[in-house]
Write a protein that binds this ligand. Sequence first.
Ligand SMILES: Nc1ncnc2c1ncn2[C@@H]1O[C@H](COP(=O)(O)OP(=O)(O)OP(=O)(O)O)[C@@H](O)[C@H]1O
Ligand SMILES: [Mg+2]
Length: 151
Amino acid sequence: MAAKTERTFIAIKPDSVQRGLMGEIIKRFEQKGFRLVFIKVASEDLLKQHYIDLKDRPFYPGLVKYMSSGPVAAMVWEGLNVVKTGRVMLGETNPADSKPGTIRGDFCIEVGRNIIHGSDSVESANKEISLWFKPEELVSYKSCAQDWIYE
Ligand SMILES: Nc1ncnc2c1ncn2[C@@H]1O[C@H](COP(=O)(O)OP(=O)(O)OP(=O)(O)O)[C@@H](O)[C@H]1O
Ligand SMILES: [Mg+2]
């Protein structure tokens, strides 16, 4: 299992922090068997940089305003295929296309208030994790459940 273990960057966006959904979202990743490596609730000027690839899109100014409107809970989660599986757990970018049972499918309605971010590839995960965290912030530990979650 160790060889394919990945880390992903998940951000609980300001709307879900304000709506009290942090616990529910963390619970889903925890119950799945993924391991929380770091979490900070922060209101930082990293958001413009985080979404820099979207800077030419018409919704970019609104997106930066939305993401800067309150604290986000920035997290790193670790586990086998956590990047891809994490995106499945989030649902589609537009909540209207997200199936019930996914986080966006269950808790939000509009694309501009889609409550959570998850890295879309291992490459973006690495880039986003190094943007948001210092290496020494990311703890390494073996969960006591590991041998019951992985063969
Ligand atoms: N048409 C739109 N109108 C308003 N906001 C949008 C629109 N498209 C995307 N966004 C916002 O920009 C974010 C980033 O868009 P992106 O295409 O990267 O989708 P994503 O990878 O599913 O979302 P995220 O990067 O937040 O996980 C979306 O999550 C959403 O908050
Ligand atoms: Mg994205």
